[in-house]
Design a protein around this ligand. Sequence first.
Ligand code: SF4
Ligand code: SF4
Length: 444
Amino acid sequence: MTRTRNYTYYDATTSLCNECHTPINAKIVFEDGNVFLMKTCKEHGFQKVLIADDIEFYKNIRNFNKASEYPRVPHTSTDYGCPLDCGICPDHEQHSCLTLIEVTDRCNLTCPTCYASSSPTHGRHRTLDEIKAMFEAVVLSEGEPDVVQLSGGEPTIHPQFFEIMDMAKTYPIKHLMLNTNGVRIAKDRDFAKRLATYAPDFELYLQFDSFDAGVLERMRGKDLTDIRKKALEHLNELNLSTTLVVTLQKGENDLEIGTILDFAMKQRCVRGVTFQPTSVSGRLDHFDPAVDRMTNSEVRRLIVEQSDLFTYDDIIPVPCNPDALLMAYSLKVGDEVAPLTRYINPEELLNNSKNTIVYEQDERLQQHMLQMFSTGVSVDAVKEEVHELLCCLPEVIAPDMGYDNIFRIIVMNFMDAYDFDVRAIKSPVFISFNLMVRSYHLRR
Ligand code: SF4
Ligand code: SF4
C-alpha cells in the first residue's frame, strides 16, 4: 500500500545546512500554495524553509533567464564544486552587473541588524593598496564594470574616503555607487556638496528603513528620523541621484512599503527604492529566522497591496538573476506617476522565443527592454531606453524627459544559508569582493 505525501515534489538542487553551512541536497516542494526548500543535514537534522508564497510566480521565474555572459577573467579555479570555488571561478554563469568593494569593516552606527556585524570598533579600514587591488581585480574581470558600489561598514568614515573616491574615478567604471547610512551627509553639508562633485555617473544608496522611531530603535539602534530628514534635505538641494534602501523585517517595517514609496516619489533626488528582505548573516539581535524571514514573492505582494500604483504585472524578475531580483519602472511627470511595465508587456517582450515576442518585428525594442531590466544600468543612464520605448507606445505621452522622470523599484533577496540554491548562486549579478575572499578561505 502506497502512502501520499502532503506536498508536490517539483525539483531538486544543492543548498546549505542552515547551521553549519555544509552543502547538502535539497528538494523544492509545493505545499498549501507555498514553495519550500526541504533538506537534511547529518548533524543538524531536517530543515524546511519557505522560499516563495506564490507557486505560479515561482514557476515563472526561470522563464526570465537570459543567455549567460561570462566575465573576461576568472579569479579562482574550479576544484571543489559550487559554491566552494568562489570566485569568480570558471563555472560561474554571469558577469558582475554590480560589484561591491568593501572599503572598511567599521561604522559610526552599531545596528542590531547588520549583515557585516559592523561597529565603530569592529575590524579595520582597508588600506589604499588593498582597495586598489580590489578595483584592479574588478577591472580585470569586467573590462569596463557596469556598476561598482563602495560599501562596508560605512565607507564615508574611512579616513581616506575622498582618496578612494578619486581612485574609483581613475578606473573605467560606468557608474559609481556609494552605500551609506547618511549620518555624515546629514551632519555635514559641505561633505554632501563635495560628494555631488562626483556626479554624473554617481549615485547614493541610502539606508532608509522606516518612519517609526520604535522600528528604527530595534533595527538601527537609535531613532534616525532627523538624520534621514536632514540627509534628504541636503541631497534634494543638490539633486544628487539617490536610491532609498529599505531592509525589510516581518512585523517591523513590512507594512510601511506603501508609505515609503509615496514618500520616495515626492523627493526630488530619489530615483527609486530598493527593498531588501533581511538575510541571515552577521548581527541579527531582534530577528528569528524561523518566523521573520521574507521572500521576494511576499514583498511583491505587499507592494501591490500597499501601493495604488503597481500591479503584479508591473513587477517582474530581472533576466540576469531572476531568482534574486525583481524590478519595476514608472514615470514621474509632475504630480502624476505611471507604471511603465504594464504598457509594454515585459514578459512577452523579454521572452527570447521569437514566436512570442509582441514586438517581434523590432529587435531593437527587445534590446531596449533588456537594457532597462538590467541592474548594470543606472536609472540615470536608462532614460534613452525609456524614451525609445515610449515612442512606440501610444498609451503614454512621451514628455521631454530627463532621468528625474524615471522611478525604479527593486526587490533584492540576498541569498543566505537558509534559501541557498546552487542554481541561482551561479548567476548572481552582485559580487562582493570581500565576501568572495571569505568564501575562498572557508574551503581551505
Ligand atoms: S557561485 Fe559562481 S564563482 Fe562561486 S563557486 Fe559557484 S560557480 Fe564558482
Ligand atoms: S547596517 Fe550599515 S549602518 Fe548599520 S552598523 Fe551595519 S554597516 Fe553600519
